[in-house]
Design a binder for this molecule. Structure first.
Ligand SMILES: Cc1cc2nc3c(=O)[nH]c(=O)nc-3n(C[C@H](O)[C@H](O)[C@H](O)COP(=O)(O)OP(=O)(O)OC[C@H]3O[C@@H](n4cnc5c(N)ncnc54)[C@H](O)[C@@H]3O)c2cc1C
Length: 462
């Protein structure tokens, strides 16, 4: 039998047209709920001619509110050239800032009001993110709590779980770590072996996790464990909330090339957590975990590019200072980097439009965006190192541990990298965490383009 060739890929415009013509009506742009970005679709042939990127007046009014709040609350001189803080000032600022964010209600502001959020619409949340990103003001208390486990609990948690954990996530008094990866279960996460067995009113956990960022500071882990070893691979896994400070848990830091140890191996030997700390039902952890990973892969659509754009401005300034802009190859690479960041910005609007219009190309866009920004950032940081030349190897940073965020760029005590060097090192990991680039390509190939699945490589005997 001859295999049928897969159908050609559909562009978004084609998808709108095909769906409409299948339904026997002319294609029209879906309207954004509550206003927002719209595609201008030609009624004649259904193609998308241009995008209207203006935000509706109520979103702009909300922007003014945020802008004013930032002006009133950020330290004098914030963002102006030459503005710096000592380590002590930075630490004091971080503590005070989380309190101000909390009082303003800006942490997780899209969460429902009954759980302490402001119930912001998607567009309002985007505007909030944009205004904070515009002035480079931090908006998070705890990455894992705000972005991953919090939204997961809102979707799958019991009322008791929400009442217990959500307020502590919002006021920043609980720190989390993500206990998913294991030595033999990374991309193939469903192969995980850590076991949890019921003993009365408690789960007893045995096994090992690895690459667990911030485990040394965490109060709780959101952890995947096998609760039915006889079930098929993706079934029989549960999503548990496990207290980290207990005798059955040993955290061993993994030291990296720059002396830092942001992530850890975590060993569980008869560790315990209450029976009711299962999120989304016993043996339903795979579905819940995929939701968490979706939050990890899909956030910050229109603001993500900004930190790269800001970094590229600095790289360009350095190239000029060192006279490297007279090199035609460097000029070409700088132009490529700028173009790619522009594409990232436009892709952000595409993702936002998709979400506002409910067109649900989420899987394709999330995979493409993750692949694109992580690979572009690696290329840009390699360019930065080429521009710096031998100077890129001189350690001119200072040790600074005042920002506990896993995303913080900082000099280590015995390896004081500066911002550019730290970003270069960190960019190496960006094509791995949150779904490796190869896995994103598999997702696009198999689930979006409809290509045949990759053949499984079977173990063979010699
Ligand atoms: C900075 C950083 C922080 C992290 N923090 C956490 C954390 O807090 N908690 C947590 O649970 N995990 C964390 N991780 C782990 C991360 O999720 C895994 O590293 C990632 O899922 C890849 O798994 P792996 O390292 O086992 O590599 P593997 O899955 O063994 O992959 C090795 C290589 O093979 C490729 N590959 C694997 N399968 C396929 C396939 N089917 N087709 C094509 N190529 C394939 C991969 O793309 C990769 O290049 C972190 C990782 C990093 C780098």
């Amino acid at each position: 039998m001859t295999a049928q060739p897969p159908p050609p890929p559909l562009s978004c415009a084609n998808r709108v047209r095909r769906a409409a013509s299948a339904a026997g009506r002319p294609a029209r742009a879906p309207r954004a709920a509550g206003g927002g970005l719209r595609a201008q679709v030609s009624a004649a042939d259904g193609t998308v001619g241009r995008m209207d990127l203006t935000y509706p007046p109520e979103a702009e009014a909300f922007r003014s509110v945020i802008r004013q709040w930032l002006e009133e609350n950020l330290p004098e001189g914030w963002g102006s050239p030459g503005f710096t803080m000592t380590k002590e000032e930075r630490r004091a600022f971080n503590d005070d800032w989380v309190k101000r964010l909390f009082d303003g209600g800006w942490i997780c502001a899209s969460w429902p009001t009954e759980y302490g959020g402001k119930g912001l619409s998607l567009l309002e949340q985007v505007v909030l993110n944009e205004e904070f990103a515009r002035v480079n003001a931090p908006l998070r208390a705890d990455f894992f709590g705000d972005t991953l486990v919090g939204p997961t609990l809102l979707q799958y948690g019991t009322e008791e779980q929400k009442k217990e954990f959500i307020p502590r996530i919002l006021n920043g008094t609980i720190a989390w770590c993500q206990g998913f990866s294991e030595p033999d279960a990374g991309s193939d996460l469903a192969s995980l072996k850590t076991r949890a067995e019921l003993d009365g009113d408690e789960w007893v956990i045995n096994g090992q996790k690895v690459w667990t960022t911030q485990a040394q500071f965490a109060d709780f882990a959101f952890l995947l464990a096998r609760t039915d070893p006889d079930a098929p691979k993706h079934a029989g896994i549960s999503y548990l909330l496990v207290p980290m400070r207990q005798p059955g848990i040993e955290v061993r830091p993994i030291q990296q090339i720059d002396g830092s140890a942001d992530f850890n191996e975590v060993f569980f030997t008869n560790a315990r957590c209450p029976r009711e700390n299962v999120v989304g039902g016993v043996n339903n952890g795979w579905t819940v975990a995929m939701t968490t990973l979706g939050f990890e892969r899909g956030s910050s659509s229109t603001t993500g590019y900004r930190r790269f754009a800001r970094e590229l401005d600095e790289i360009r300034a350095t190239a000029r200072r060192l006279g490297r802009t007279s090199d035609p190859l460097i000029r070409q690479r700088l132009a490529t980097a700028w173009s790619k960041i522009k594409i990232m910005e436009i892709n952000g609007y595409r993702t936002l439009t998709d979400a506002l219009n409910g067109t649900h190309h989420t899987v394709a866009l999330a995979a493409c965006n993750k692949m694109y920004w992580s690979e572009t950032h690696q290329e840009t940081m390699e360019l930065a190192m080429d521009i710096l030349g031998m100077g890129g190897q001189v350690l001119t940073g200072t040790f600074d541990d005042s920002d506990p965020s896993p995303m913080a760029r900082r000099g280590r005590r015995d390896y004081p990298v500066d911002e550019v060097q730290a970003s270069f090192f960190f960019s190496r990991s960006e094509t791995i965490w949150g779904g490796a680039a190869e896995i994103q390509r598999n997702i696009v190939g198999e689930r979006v383009l409809g290509l045949p699945k990759e053949p499984k490589v079977e173990a063979t005997s010699a």
